[in-house]
Design a protein around this ligand. Structure first.
Ligand SMILES: [Zn+2]
Length: 196
């Protein structure tokens, strides 16, 4: 498991702040402490299925993956793709922000509406706009995505402290992923490819 990027400040199914979420389901996604205008990309190909401005979640982007999961990115500052477009892997498609009323500072709310529940979590039904299904843990989803960096790039980033490889459960707070890659990281990797 590889961790890098920004801290998860509110995990899946969190009940903090008290009274804010459904008492049983809790937080529908994860909140990642991304600074304003952090580029977001994914290691997989997706399709843009909706762009919305929602009162609480602000500017939100809905992508569908090959398995029919709907990936929801909220509180965005800007979106650079349009409905119907295919988003190639490793392409920045939006910039994080602080839009909507349900936010106290810049962060990314990332949630997934899957066609079927995770085993034992049938209670996690979710309808958001025209999308219905079941919330699954985005952190687990990200852990299962293909790694798009070469072994050489990974070892370079490990050596330079850009990522850390840790099984320490405390490292959950520094969960990053292959989804939320900062512009800074992207630049470093580009530097690496240019100079290698
Ligand atoms: Zn959230």
């Amino acid at each position: 498991m590889i961790y890098f990027g920004y801290p998860v400040i509110n995990p899946f199914r969190s009940h903090t702040p008290a009274g804010f979420y459904d008492p049983i389901k809790g937080h529908t996604g994860i909140d990642v402490a991304t600074p304003m205008n952090t580029g977001i990309s994914l290691a997989i190909q997706t399709t843009v299925v909706s762009v919305k401005t929602q009162p609480q979640m602000g500017l939100s982007l809905y992508l569908r993956d090959a398995d029919g999961n709907i990936l929801v990115f909220s509180h965005l500052n800007s979106i650079s793709v349009v409905v119907g477009a295919a988003v190639p892997p490793n392409t920045v498609f939006a910039m994080t922000g602080n839009s909507g009323s349900a936010t106290t500072g810049p962060h990314l709310h990332f949630e997934i509406i899957a066609p079927a529940p995770a085993p034992g979590f049938e209670m996690m039904s979710r309808t958001l706009g025209e999308f219905s299904g079941f919330n699954i843990n985005p952190a687990t989803y990200m852990d299962n995505l293909p790694q798009h960096w070469s072994d050489e790039a990974m070892s370079w980033m490990l050596q330079h402290g850009i990522i850390s490889d840790s099984k320490d459960p405390n490292a959950m707070v520094t969960w990053g992923e292959f989804a939320v890659s900062s512009k800074r990281l992207a630049e470093k990797v580009l530097d690496w490819s240019r100079n290698s």
